[in-house]
Design a protein around this ligand. Structure first.
Ligand code: AMP
Ligand code: MG
Length: 388
């Protein structure tokens, strides 16, 4: 048995060979850059107007209007002192413009422009290189491509990005009692639900489930199922069959498939019978079958490994501190990840903390960490991971 910290350290310490690939801009969301990026040119590339209005030469309250520049126009106008041109947002300002006055503060009579106030030098002009200069570092290796990063890469004209590949993930569910939702069920059976939570959580963080297999509680079947699953994945997630019951065959089947145990059992609630192992460059998590345990272990342990395998500079869900809405004492005898709801900046520990209870997790949005025996008073800060 290891502590939560030891388990996370073992995951974080894994040496990994990252693979990279080229992705089109449209498909690069959530990938980490495998190379650093520098700006190929100044951004913006030319002085341009931040407003719809008038580009002015000299500082006056009246100007002679001499033309117009729209966004995308390439023309090079030279203004004389006291002249102005109509201009639109993003349009290239004439070279010797002193300022741009927004249209709302102007009036025009015949070809004379009148300003409501005196302009200021440089006002409403977005300067060439104001955001980035040619050759300037934009992103380091490992930068995670979020939507604004895609916009920035696009604005640099880059249509293919060099990124670290994402891991291929297979899922195995185990249990004689499990029936696929929608199919007939007999007494003693239950519907299989963990795989939907896990594949949903994979998608939530930009991963895909490659293959899903249901295996009966039978040693040979489990061994064969694991062998097949390991043929096509970087990470194998198994649900159930990892406890100490007579029908729990996963651990031995992993051993017989050459998977080396890195830890087994974590001093925590829920999710004590959690297994983590490695075979060369493949990783295996065997999650306890109870629905809340398996999903909690996914968020706390599986997600950081998956993100590390993507080359993320920092991985795992961030921890935030929120004041608790009510007094709470952890009497579970183990450090606990509690199903909780963070609303209006306060955390509430929800009813239904049992490992099999998924409803409270479904209605909440956080895992609140409360240490073994910890006594909290209303308003005390609690560490939370937001899961939705
Ligand atoms: P196990 O870890 O296999 O001993 O399973 C622990 C509990 O979780 C048992 O009540 C199982 O019926 C339940 N369980 C296991 N796997 C699943 C699953 N895929 N979906 C829903 N419940 C499950
Ligand atoms: Mg089972």
């Amino acid at each position: 048995m290891v502590t939560i910290e030891e388990a996370l350290r073992i995951i974080g310490d894994q040496k990994i060979n990252l693979k990279s690939e080229s992705k089109p801009l449209e498909g690069a969301l959530g990938y980490a850059l495998s190379t650093s990026t520098v700006s190929p040119f100044d951004v913006p590339e030319f002085d341009n107007s931040a407003m719809d209005g008038y580009a002015l030469c000299g500082l006056y309250k009246e100007y002679q209007l001499v033309g117009e520049v729209a966004a995308g126009d390439a023309k090079d106008i030279m203004l004389q002192d006291g002249e102005a041109v109509r201009i639109f947002t993003g349009a290239k300002v004439p070279k010797n413009s002193t300022a741009v006055m927004m249209q709302e503060k102007t009036s025009v009579k015949d070809s004379t422009l009148f300003l409501d106030e005196m302009p200021k030098v440089g006002q409403n002009i977005r300067k060439k290189g104001g955001q980035l200069t040619e050759g300037q570092a934009v992103f380091e290796q490992g930068h995670i491509l979020n939507p604004p990063s895609l916009a920035l890469m696009g604005s640099l004209g880059l249509s293919q990005l060099e990124v670290f590949s994402k891991p291929q993930v297979n899922i195995i569910t185990t249990g004689n009692e499990l029936v696929k939702p929608g199919e007939p069920k007999t007494e003693g059976q239950i519907y299989e639900s963990n795989s939907y939570a896990i594949s949903g959580a994979l998608r939530q963080f930009g991963f895909q489930q490659h293959q899903k297999t249901q295996i009966r509680d039978d040693f040979e079947a489990t061994k064969a199922g694991i062998k097949t699953a390991l043929e096509s994945c970087d990470v194998l997630i198994i649900s159930g069959g990892i406890s100490v019951g007579d029908y729990d065959f996963v651990k031995q089947s992993l051993e017989e498939n050459g998977v080396n145990e890195l830890f087994y059992k974590v001093f925590q609630k829920p999710g004590k019978p959690l297994y983590f192992g490695r075979k060369d460059n493949q990783f295996v998590f065997a999650l306890p079958g109870n629905p809340a345990s398996s999903l909690t272990c996914f968020y706390v342990y599986v997600l950081p490994l998956l993100q590390k395998l993507c080359g993320y500079g920092s991985y795992g869900l961030a921890t935030y501190q929120f004041p608790i809405k009510h007094a709470y004492e952890n009497r579970f005898g183990r450090p606990s990840f509690l199903k909780a709801a963070v609303v209006d900046g306060k955390v509430e520990v929800l009813d239904g903390q049992g490992s099999s209870m998924i409803q409270s997790m479904a209605k909440g949005n956080a895992l609140a960490f409360v240490d073994d025996g910890e006594v909290l008073n209303e308003g005390d800060l609690v560490k939370c991971k937001l899961i939705s």
